[in-house]
Design a binder for this molecule. Structure first.
Ligand code: 5GP
Length: 180
């Protein structure tokens, strides 16, 4: 592998490791939803776009892709309980089998908010598929399909950013902490 950018401490998940797990999750989803009348997949922007693209291209069942963008209040704060929708779905989800696809769960506030909001729209079922979850104290939110648990550090790559940089790295890496 070529050298890491100097702001990054180490690779946490290699491209190969991620690819293998994404294929496993897609197989599982294809089995679990095989008897349903299609799947309505909601990618949470911006971070989930690469995971979503790789995952959906491995699915062997009919599915529709839609997007939502959410934002936490407090740009400089990595922790904020308040979440708001900045871009909503194009269609109603009433009666549909819905899968939220999210890049990362940290405190769990974002996923918890999404459950509350989307449940109110009366889907036939509502599950979540998350690529990485940090090992830390967080809200109890059900994650039906989880890629990996990772240490509680700031990670970038494979859709995840730091100030909009590093999103398109093929791997997930830990960002170096600022000294002092
Ligand atoms: P929550 O704390 O609500 O579970 O996560 C809030 C949002 O913070 C996530 O959807 C993600 O956009 C962002 N986030 C949390 N931890 C990280 C991280 O380590 N790296 C990046 N790039 N974003 C993160």
């Amino acid at each position: 592998m070529s050298e890491l950018p100097s702001d990054l401490a180490r690779v946490v998940l290699s491209a190969e490791t991620i690819h293998a797990r994404v294929c496993e999750i897609a197989d599982q989803l294809s089995k679990d939803y095989a008897d349903k009348d299609g799947l309505y997949i909601i990618g949470i922007l911006k971070g989930a776009f690469i995971f979503l693209a790789d995952l959906t291209r491995q699915l062997t069942l009919p599915h529709v892709v839609d997007f939502m963008a959410v934002s936490s209040y407090g740009k400089t704060d990595t922790f904020s309980g308040a979440v708001r929708i900045i871009m909503d779905l194009r269609e109603p989800i009433e009666g549909r089998h819905v899968l939220i696809v999210e890049d990362i769960v940290d405190t769990g506030h974002t996923l918890s908010y999404l459950y509350r909001t989307l449940k109110g729209r009366k889907p036939a079922s509502l599950n979540a598929c998350v690529l990485v979850q940090k090992e830390r104290d967080s809200l109890e939110v059900p994650i039906h399909y989880l890629g990996f648990k990772i240490p509680d550090v700031w990670v970038v790559g494979y859709g995840l950013d730091f100030a909009d940089a590093y999103r398109t790295l093929p791997y997930i890496a830990e960002l170096k902490r600022e000294e002092g």
